[in-house]
Design a binder for this molecule. Structure first.
Ligand code: NAD
Ligand code: WQD
Length: 358
């Protein structure tokens, strides 16, 4: 398939491009580079062994820009990563987050349908579960109250895409609810490159390890967890990338079911028709902040000084998923463990202490 990849220069997008090409797909990238660097795409092309990845510096809110891309490239599906993702910033700038993430997605979806491309995989997040009603979290767990505008953009966009799919069953919509992506490509050539002070745990750890920050603040050690620190379902970004390749199967299956059985019949051998497909994408294992720090120190042989700080507003104690649905329906499961995650995160940071800006 030829895939439109919005936000393809970013952390998860760049890793997904590699897995798409490895699986025999091709891609066209649209990114406004608001949180990424085009060097990432050059490195992706090097890793794949192609001269370049087709790239357009276009904002997904720019209708004419998107029209031009889709007029020049026939795309079978879109993997939609583009969006702003900093939780704290979203509290400061809610309008900017709603306008970029929701406005951008509405424009994207409209241009896609005008060009007959009605297959979309959307980057959602575990954040839509709020403080989850059950652990491990299955896809049947009710969505919850988000604690920030970023989370609400994900929750609202899930609803928008489900409604669009319901109204026009030609749409195939896959919502992937990512848990906590970490790690980097084994080459160390691409990885997570946050601007300024990292919000997320793993880039903070790697920046302490490389000497850019003095110590890690551990946000709370009085949670009802085995060691008192927050527990999360960290997933290697390469596993997350292969989940997108696996999810493309939904589109090919829907097409074959439609042609075999007629549009209105449900063929139980296959995935359900006429519904939005929702999957948790995690490992199913919960690790605490201190588990991550200890694994990082043990595997990489570097020191990570830390001190205990107060809880961070909006944090929950425990969040990990049951990923069985993705395994059963997509044949996907995570392959990498905590040691791979901390090794590859460090390999990237060590080789690129200033990210892509060297
Ligand atoms: P990222 O910031 O590295 O990548 C997002 C990309 O989208 C960037 O390259 C940015 O320049 C681009 N972008 C933003 N707004 C745009 C616009 N209006 N038009 C065109 N391009 C635009 O983030 P990531 O970690 O790779 O995340 C990818 C997606 O996954 C995002 O939608 C994010 O919300 C979602 N997600 C991320 C995490 C995480 O922890 N990293 C977890 C759950 C969900
Ligand atoms: C993980 C754990 C912190 C930093 C966020 C978003 C979520 C999703 C993934 C996009 C928590 C602790 C962290 C630090 C710490 N993003 N921590 N010191 O909060 O689970 O999820 O990223 O969709 O929407 O909310 O990830 O990496 O920020 O935190 O102790 O300097 O590490 O308290 O327990 P989180 P995180």
């Amino acid at each position: 398939m030829n895939i439109l990849v919005t936000g393809g220069a970013g952390f998860i997008g760049s890793h997904t491009l590699i897995e798409l090409y490895k699986a025999g797909h091709t891609a066209v990238v649209v990114d406004n580079l608001s949180n990424s660097n085009p060097v990432a795409l050059q490195r992706v092309a090097e890793i794949i062994g192609v001269p370049e990845i087709p790239f357009y510096k276009v904002d997904i809110r720019d209708r004419e820009g998107l029209e031009k891309v889709l007029a020049e490239h026939r795309c079978d599906a879109c993997i939609h990563f583009a969006g702003l993702k900093a939780v704290g910033e979203s509290v400061e700038k809610p309008w900017e987050y709603y306008e970029n993430n929701i406005g951008g997605t509405l424009t994207l979806v409209d241009v896609m349908r005008r060009h007959g491309c009605k297959n979309i995989i959307f980057s959602s997040s575990a954040t839509v579960y709020g403080d989850p009603a059950e652990i491990p979290i299955t896809e049947n767990c009710p969505k919850g109250q988000c604690t920030n505008p970023y989370g609400w953009t994900k929750s609202m966009l899930e609803q928008v895409l489900m409604d669009i799919q319901k109204a026009d069953p030609e749409w195939n919509v896959v919502l992937l609810r990512y848990f906590n992506p970490v790690g980097a490509h084994a080459s160390g050539r691409i990885g997570e490159n946050p601007n300024g002070i990292p919000n997320n745990l793993m880039p903070y750890i790697t920046q302490v390890a490389v000497g850019k920050r003095q110590e890690l603040g551990v946000f709370g050690n009085d949670y009802p967890t085995p060691d008192g620190t927050g527990v999360r379902d960290y997933i290697h970004v390469v596993d997350l990338a292969t989940a997108h390749v696996a999810a493309l199967k939904v589109f090919s299956e829907q097409c074959s079911v439609l042609s075999e059985a007629g549009a209105n019949q449900l063929n139980t051998k296959h995935l359900a028709l006429n519904t939005t497909h929702i999957y948790n994408i995690g490992t199913g294992h919960g690790y605490s902040v201190l588990d991550m720090v200890k694994a990082f120190v043990r595997v990489n042989g570097v020191d990570v000084p830390y001190s205990i700080k107060p809880r961070r507003a909006g944090d929950i104690a425990t969040c990990y998923c049951n990923p069985a649905k993705a395994k059963a329906e997509l044949g996907w499961e995570a392959k990498y463990g905590i040691d791979d995650m901390v090794r590859d995160s460090w390999n990237w940071q060590r080789q690129n202490p200033e990210g892509y800006s060297e």
